[in-house]
Ligand binder design. Structure first.
Ligand code: ADP
Ligand code: MG
Length: 241
């Protein structure tokens, strides 16, 4: 019998015009795993997340969640949470309204919306800021709210696209720890996109090193470090910051 993964990309391809930016990508992820897509700018990381979330169509291949294809579904039917690099919040809505938004779309009654948003704001330590607006928050606080908003609908999969890249180093380190702890406690299957090898090595169960739309190697951090499969992986992982 075939093993059923929580999330499985099979021969996923994306062409923009005549250019292939994602080239037969294969990644299989177990329930609760934290996987990083690591690679230089332009290698196809964000495009891969957009296809999983449903904001971009596939040119070829399949995306499966627990064995069922989802690549034909509208984004709102996929139950996937996503946090982008920056500017992710609705500026005209308060913190609480931002977090409740996904529940409102799903027609969850007001009382339940309030209690679920309240729980998530607690989890990301933002309860005291519930009535503020995004412009009144620091970058780190905005990303905490974005995380709460992504998780409030209890998605089965979480996608994080360079969520800390706009933050200064201390804040980034705090949030790396917090996000990993929260992800573990919820047991949520997560793909984390970064071009920062130290961040990927620190946070991930496994890392898929990408180059020009392909996965060069997918392995646990210590294995990538000890036994890089290609010259590219050796250079990219060993380079330091
Ligand atoms: P990464 O996130 O790894 O930096 P992206 O997935 O954003 O890379 O982009 C991969 C390549 O696809 C880049 O060359 C980028 O210019 C191109 N690309 C991304 N989105 C589009 C689009 N909507 N139309 C045309 N080209 C795109
Ligand atoms: Mg990107």
């Amino acid at each position: 019998m075939n093993h059923t993964y929580d999330l499985e990309l099979s021969d996923v391809v994306k062409d923009f015009g005549g250019t292939r930016v994602v080239d037969r990508l294969n990644i299989s992820i177990e329930k609760g795993e934290f996987i990083s897509l690591l690679g230089p700018s332009g290698c196809g990381k964000s495009t891969t997340l957009m296809m999983i979330a449903g904001f971009e169509g596939l040119s070829d291949g399949q995306v499966k969640v627990r064995g069922n294809r989802i690549d034909h579904l509208l984004p709102e039917r996929r139950n996937i949470g996503i946090v982008f690099q920056a500017y992710a919040l609705f500026p005209h809505m308060s913190v609480r309204q931002n977090v409740e938004y996904g529940l409102k779309m799903r027609k969850v009654p007001a009382a339940e919306r309030k209690s679920r948003a309240g729980k998530l704001l607690d989890l990301v330590h933002m309860t005291a800021f519930s009535d503020r607006y995004p412009r009144q928050l620091s970058g780190g606080q905005q990303q905490r709210v974005a995380l709460a908003r992504a998780l409030v609908t209890e998605p089965s999969i979480l996608l994080l696209d360079e969520p800390f890249s706009a933050l200064d180093r201390q804040l980034r380190e705090d949030l790396q720890r917090e996000v990993r702890a929260l992800q573990r406690s919820l047991g949520i299957t997560t793909i984390f996109v970064t071009h920062d090898q130290d961040e990927a090595l620190l946070m991930s169960d496994r890392i898929a090193v990408m180059n020009r739309g392909k996965v060069e190697q997918c392995a646990a951090p210590q294995n990538l470090y000890k036994s890089p499969a290609t010259e590219f992986v050796a250079r990219f992982i060993g380079r330091g910051t």
